[in-house]
Design a protein around this ligand. Structure first.
Ligand code: HEC
Ligand code: HEC
Length: 297
């Protein structure tokens, strides 16, 4: 009997140990180079304002309050301007922990899905984002926070999602265009959050294979298409410059225009041109699971 208690105690202690928030020393970033890159990411590929903006526009104040759905239900985006009601007195370390690990200031887990993929954002890019956030106009706007019960928090995914902790994440060499494009797609723009195929009882999500319904809070919805390099199912027949041009304008070959409220190309157009080119190169190399299934038949 005693041994059982001991084992239970050890398991609980280990779990609590794993949950305590990782602490990774983060220097306070400053300097024009960081601020410029940060602006390009926040208003561009990382599209922070798509959720945190007062409206979903690149120049809208990041004062939060708009509502999103994750697996626990409704959650409101936080005020991330440097005000009293925002993140004015957060340290760089606290900010980087919230962005990459979805851990809040009081070590409580935040919505994991909101920042999924950021975990492996390079230190350089996180520092840049923090440096830029320090320079935006502070807005006083109290956002009501969600509180989850202990049971909700420590079930389904939340626990495991906090276990892997990236220490130092080096920047990728942007001359390795395909790998750099992969990094941008997965760890900054996170195109997969919308463009993966939907998960079902029988099948896991397939990478960029499309088919998920994206809903706005107004209730309107669109299906995100397959954007793999498959000529049959994806955008394999588009040239790289057609993909870049899509990301800048929302206009697909054949004059079809995507709705920016669903695919935030009004943000992507603020990205560095070379970054968009790297994304295009990478997308062309992604194989479609649909195509693989076809080949098997
Ligand atoms: C898909 C929507 C979405 C995107 C994109 C997004 N966030 Fe968030 N973020 C949220 C939500 C929702 C919360 C609040 C989560 C909660 O309360 O559990 C949050 C919380 C935060 C927090 C914690 C603030 C606090 O007071 O707890 C910070 C800091 C933050 N986000 C920064 C960023 C930055 C910087 C970016 C861009 C690199 C970004 N977020 C992109 C939805 C998003
Ligand atoms: C918030 C969800 C969301 C995100 C994030 C997102 N997309 Fe989209 N995307 C959509 C939806 C929905 C559509 C369809 C829009 C429509 O029908 O008006 C779309 C359309 C597209 C199309 C047009 C494809 C076609 O066949 O017409 C391309 C290309 C595309 N997205 C690429 C990307 C890339 C690359 C990224 C990441 C850099 C990205 N998207 C991020 C939701 C998203």
């Amino acid at each position: 009997m005693k041994i059982r208690f001991l084992i239970a105690f050890l398991i609980i202690a280990t779990l609590i140990g794993c949950l305590s928030a990782p602490s990774i020393p983060t220097p306070e970033p400053y300097g024009q180079r960081y601020i410029k890159r940060g602006a390009e990411l926040v208003k561009g590929l990382a599209a922070c304002g798509y959720c945190h903006g007062d409206s979903a526009q690149p120049d809208s104040p990041l004062s939060g309050g708009r509502s999103f759905e994750d697996k626990y239900g409704e959650v409101l985006a936080a005020n991330i301007t440097p005000s009293q009601t925002g993140v004015g007195d957060w340290t760089a370390e606290e900010l980087s922990r919230a962005i990459r690990f979805s851990i809040g200031r009081d070590e409580e887990p935040l919505s994991i899905e909101a920042h999924e993929g950021y975990r492996w954002m390079s230190d350089q890019d996180v520092y840049s984002i923090i440096a830029y956030l320090r320079t935006v106009k502070p807005v006083d706007h109290e956002v009501e926070r969600r509180s989850l019960s202990i049971v909700d928090r420590y079930t389904v995914g939340l626990l495991e999602s906090h276990l892997t902790v990236a220490g130092y994440v080096p920047s990728l060499d942007s001359r390795n265009v395909r790998e750099y494009g992969k990094y941008l797609v997965n760890n900054l723009a996170r195109c997969a959050t919308c463009h993966n195929s939907p998960e079902s009882l029988l099948e896991e999500e397939q990478f960029l294979d499309g088919g998920k319904e994206i809903k706005l809070s107004s209730g309107e919805n669109r299906v995100a298409p397959n954007i793999t390099g498959s000529k049959t199912f994806g955008i394999g027949s588009w040239t790289q410059s057609e993909i870049v041009s899509y990301l800048k304008t929302g206009q697909a070959p054949g004059n079809k225009i995507s709705d920016q409220r669903f695919c935030p190309t009004h943000f992507y157009k603020n990205a560095f041109g070379q970054d968009l080119f790297a994304i295009a190169k990478y997308l062309k190399s992604v194989e479609s699971a649909d195509a693989a299934a076809d080949a098997d038949e």
